[in-house]
Write a new protein. Structure first.
Length: 101
């Protein structure tokens, strides 16, 4: 009986994690179906543009939950290359380098 009390919370924890990942996959599929593209621009701390490009999928933030030191973002570009930074950035659904009407 004691083992059952240990197994049930662990099973619930695993199911909860699976549901969150499943939800993330569904959101990414909706973005893909809607043909929504994302673009990212990375800046230096003094405001100079360091990188700008298209994102394949989404930009993901990871690290400390409080947003402090150790927080970073990562993404894959249209060629499948991995990028990661802890610099300031702007993510948009339009290419900022293309003149807008």
């Amino acid at each position: 009986m004691r083992k059952l009390w240990l197994i049930i919370p662990l099973a619930l924890l695993v199911l909860t994690a699976c549901r969150a990942e499943t939800q993330n996959k569904l959101r990414r599929q909706v973005l893909d179906l809607a043909n929504t593209r994302q673009y990212i621009t990375v800046y230096s701390y003094d405001g100079k543009e360091l990188f700008s490009g298209m994102v394949d999928g989404k930009v993901t933030r990871a690290g400390n939950e409080d947003g402090g030191q150790g927080t970073y973002v990562y993404w894959f570009d249209e060629r499948g290359r991995y990028h990661q930074t802890n610099m300031p950035y702007l993510a948009t659904t339009y290419d900022r380098n293309t003149p807008q009407r």
